[in-house]
Design a protein around this ligand. Structure first.
Ligand code: ZN
Length: 432
């Protein structure tokens, strides 16, 4: 009988969820976001918030809600040459409604293509400036003949709401770990269905842990205006946030890239660096910059939250980025699985990190008498275990955390945590 391993099953489930979400036309507001949250809500319980257009959030205002039913360009002979129902990227996101006839020369001012990738449709939006437009393959644009075209964008831009979803996995304390994934992109797979499905599965995994020191808050928010809205509405409780991660671009086969929080040495930064260093694969660490995804809102100086970012290939650094080529073929179940595994390991470090004092600090306590020093056997596992015991005893001086010890000793966090557990059992450590 052929069995599929649990991680492989998780990868297939995450991929299947991405397949379901892919066709939905999402934006920073509107029914596409609601539909997406409803699908995610079948896997984890989501609290869905609706914030009215016009609400002031920090220096911004929640925009009017955008919805779209149909959009097309008809050539002079009457055939649709660009059709929203063929691909939702065909419409410039947040296009105001339009019904008009115009010559090709005039229409061209509203058309966006990628000449360097003539078969891909670009992804373009205009949230903060009223415009209308279409995105199409450069090849199709080149084949349009002069003449009068009919254009229709059957959209609405009206007072409504900004919608976002929140899911909490409660732990033993109120101290929280924030996990953020942006929910505003239409049919693009890596950016960011990959982040949404990995975050969803991570929430399920964390809920299954036997114990949790921290509470976990998962945020499914539209980019930029989403975290601005959430931060504005939750300002008085931000002191609970101990660690945070922005998740995006986790489905391609590129190497992991961790971007540090604003401070650069937050515990989550050190946990992520440690996990990636012990992953056995290539990875890259980058310093914070006030650019990129929503880490820059959490890391704005007035909040300065310890929120880092985990991606594989960063935004703008793979050719398919923000185009129709970021489709379901770009993401792979095994990549999603490996992303979930690394995140689980980062959570293991955050959950397991603590600082202890050696209760027998004068000289080395006799480990053999306590059954902690195996005289028989050998090999690297035994060596690692014994090294870990000695390192933990030596550096547990009430100043070094287990993560400090793992880094100093060049050991995996898991080995150091296991050694600490064995020493605690024999009352050789007490928590500080
Ligand atoms: Zn994007």
């Amino acid at each position: 009988m052929k069995t599929t391993s649990a991680p492989a099953v998780a990868g297939l489930e995450m991929y299947a969820l991405a397949e379901r979400l892919y066709p939905i036309c999402r934006s920073i507001t509107g029914d596409g976001v609601r539909e997406t949250l409803a699908v995610i809500g079948e896997r984890i319980s989501l609290e869905v918030h609706e914030v009215a257009s016009g609400t002031r959030v920090l220096d911004w205002t929640v925009p009017r809600e955008w919805n779209i039913r149909d959009a097309y360009i008809k050539e002079p002979a009457g055939r649709r040459v660009v059709d929203f129902h063929e691909h939702n990227l065909h419409v410039l996101g947040y296009s105001v409604p339009v019904r008009a006839r115009m010559p090709l020369a005039e229409l061209r001012e509203h058309l966006y293509t990628l000449p360097e990738h003539p078969d891909w449709i670009p992804y373009r939006t205009s949230y903060w400036q009223e415009r209308w437009g279409f995105c199409l393959t450069h090849r199709r644009l080149e084949n349009l003949e002069d003449g009068e075209y009919e254009v229709c964008i059957d959209s609405s831009l009206e007072d409504g709401h900004l919608t976002y979803g929140e899911h909490v996995v409660a732990g033993e304390s109120d101290a929280e770990v924030l996990i953020h994934a942006h929910v505003c992109h239409p049919s693009l797979a890596n950016d960011n269905l990959s982040g949404l499905v990995v975050a969803t599965e991570l929430a399920r995994r964390i809920a299954g842990r036997p114990r949790r020191r921290y509470s976990y808050r998962f945020l499914f928010l539209p980019g930029m205006i989403g975290p601005l809205t959430w931060l504005a509405r939750n300002e008085e409780r931000l002191s609970r946030v101990r660690h945070g991660l922005v998740l995006a671009l986790l489905g391609d086969s590129g190497t992991f890239t961790y971007k540090r929080s604003r401070s650069g040495d937050a515990e989550v930064d050190r946990a992520a660096a440690h996990v990636l260093a012990h992953s056995g694969s290539d990875y890259e660490l980058r310093d914070f910059d006030p650019y990129g995804y929503d880490e820059r809102q959490y890391g704005s100086p007035g909040f300065d939250l310890p929120v880092g970012r985990l991606t594989r290939t960063p935004h703008g650094e793979f050719p398919e980025y923000h185009s129709s080529a970021d489709d379901l073929r770009l993401i792979r179940p095994e990549s999603l699985t490996a992303s979930l595994e690394r995140l689980t390991e980062i959570i293991d470090v955050l959950e397991g990190n603590a600082t202890y004092a050696n209760t027998s600090p004068k000289g080395e306590p006799q480990l053999g008498r306590r059954g902690l020093y195996e005289s028989l056997g050998g090999g690297t596992a035994r060596n690692e275990r014994q090294h870990a015991l000695l390192w933990v005893l030596n550096l547990s001086d009430a100043r070094h955390s287990l993560l400090d010890i793992a880094q100093r000793a060049g050991l995996s966090f898991g080995a150091v945590r296991a050694a600490a557990d064995a020493l605690i059992e024999h009352e050789l450590l007490r928590e500080v």
